[in-house]
Design a protein around this ligand. Structure first.
Ligand SMILES: [Fe+2]
Length: 501
């Protein structure tokens, strides 16, 4: 059983502590009320034209003639690669997505070729960490929690929720602190790298509270189109760090872009516009654990399975416009997509699919060369207890229709490492867990205070790995240099220092 004495402080006491208040402890309600607010397409928001400064931004990023020549060369190479890669994706379908066995992770027996595939595809299924019985038990417990609190529980859609605004149910606490899930996450996080002085501890996974879904057969409301989380225009606009994560795509060797370099992600500002439901932690792998047997066409996850290529295309696409529009070509798709029909355009203010304050959205209209209607690939069948993780730059979607017979149910549990900012968030998240308030990133105003059967410290699994995930035990550096040691020291300060929440 986990106990932490200092958590008996009142919120008023937390607020008065510390030279700099925890940025995530502000419990003022954010705008919005459910998952639809994060996406302009779900929220039905109109796409507005961006102001002139976005044209200036493009010119700032590509200042000289030489830079423009490089961009054009890269664009043409990326379009060429996409033709071949799209064809291969269409042919292979879900088979392209690798699977790992948890026992192989635990015993260090992962084939390097499969690991390379995980890095290239950007999505992976991990089987065997959680038993089917446990995962199905979690789902039943969540249904009970929803029923016991039906008058106050919120979700999307409002009249018949399938994506619940639950963050503190007992199954969520149990799953997030499940030792095998955390070991899986430590393994996947350490596939990333960072400069020696970068303040990050990749081998120390922490918890990030997110929602869950129990989606019914036939549902068409939760049709989440292709998107990438972590902001939209920020990828170009944040000149201190986020932009640097993609700078090689604008260099002569765009293929040297390293999607697994965490160095500049640590300080990246992914939420310049304080969007509703934006994620304020660095979350290298998004993920879920399944609570159902779900196949393609049953409301499952879809991904574009090539991270380097989709990222390169996304970044470059903002600088190019078609000479003739799709409608001018009639049905001639090849003519419209041909490299000759696309020209460098630094005058336009458009960043296709980017709406400030929202996630990056992509479609056949905004990003036609990805051929997303045909290339978004459903993950292969999963069973209860299977985990699926996808790289934070992966284009992903939820199948628009659920044609299966059973529910399609997951708890969203990403793999998140210790950084100083993440630890600050974790300290505030820990306080929300104790009070039952909603976590900072989410806008369900009332939270789960007073909910019957809410999770508590007793639901946290035994062991340091589990307790650290919830910020209940000090972190230890794993011998990865000064940057890691600094991250651990500062993280422990946020969590256990004299000014901690
Ligand atoms: Fe997403």
């Amino acid at each position: 059983m986990a106990t932490v004495k200092s958590f008996s402080h009142s919120r008023r006491e937390y607020a008065s502590a510390g030279p700099r208040p925890n940025r995530y402890s502000n419990q003022q309600a954010k705008p919005g009320s459910d998952i639809s607010d994060a996406f302009s397409s779900l929220a039905g928001a109109p796409i507005l034209e961006l102001p002139q400064r976005y044209s200036e931004l493009k010119k700032e990023l590509v200042p000289g003639l030489r830079d423009q020549e490089v961009l054009l060369k890269n664009w043409n190479e990326v379009l060429d690669c996409l033709k071949h890669t799209n064809a291969r994706i269409k042919e292979q379908g879900g088979k392209i997505i690798p699977r790992l066995l948890f026992s192989d992770i635990e015993n260090g027996r992962i084939d390097p070729d499969i690991l390379e595939q995980v890095r290239s595809v950007g999505t992976v299924i991990v089987k065997g960490a959680v038993t089917k019985e446990q995962a199905l038990g979690w789902k039943e417990s969540i249904k009970r929690y929803a029923a016991d609190n039906r008058d106050r529980a919120r979700g999307f859609p409002k009249d018949d929720p399938q994506v619940w605004e639950f963050y503190h149910s007992r199954p969520q606490v149990s799953a997030r602190t499940h030792p095998a899930i955390l070991k899986t996450q430590a393994f996947l996080l350490t596939q990333w790298r960072a400069d020696a002085d970068a303040e990050i501890s990749l081998g120390n996974p922490i918890s990030y509270f997110d929602r869950l879904r129990i989606r019914f057969p036939g549902d068409m409301t939760f049709a989440l189109g292709p998107h990438i989380d972590g902001g939209s225009v920020e990828r170009w606009e944040d000149n201190k760090a986020y932009r640097k994560c993609f700078s090689r795509i604008l260099s002569p060797n765009w293929k040297s872009h390293d999607a697994f370099d965490a160095t500049h992600r640590i300080e990246a500002k992914m939420d310049i516009y304080a969007g509703p439901s934006a994620c304020n932690v660095f979350r290298p792998w998004q993920g879920w654990v399944s609570m159902s047997s779900t196949s393609a066409n049953e409301g499952t996850l879809q991904v574009y399975p090539n991270t380097l290529l989709s990222t390169a295309y996304l970044i470059l696409r903002a600088f190019f416009s078609p000479i003739r529009t799709a409608s001018e070509f009639g049905g001639n798709k090849n003519g419209y997509l041909a490299a000759e029909n696309w020209a460098l355009d630094l005058e336009s203010t458009a960043f296709p699919g980017s709406v400030p304050g929202r996630a990056q959205e992509l479609s056949d209209e905004t990003h036609p060369h990805l051929e997303l209607t045909e290339t978004m690939t459903s993950v292969p069948p999963v069973d209860p207890g299977d985990q699926v993780y996808w790289h934070c730059d992966t284009i992903h979607a939820v199948e628009s229709q659920h044609r299966g017979k059973g529910d399609s149910s997951v708890m969203y549990i990403p793999a998140v490492p210790v950084t100083v900012n993440n630890a600050e968030y974790l300290a505030a998240q820990r306080a929300s867990f104790i009070t039952g308030y909603r976590p900072y990133d989410f806008s369900s105003v009332e939270g789960e205070i007073g909910f019957i059967g809410r999770g508590s410290l007793q639901d946290i699994n035994e062991g340091s790995l589990s307790r650290r995930a919830y910020g209940l035990e000090k972190f230890e550096a794993l011998g990865n240099g000064n940057g890691e040691a600094n991250a651990i020291e500062k993280a422990n300060e946020w969590l256990f220092g004299p000014h901690s929440l």
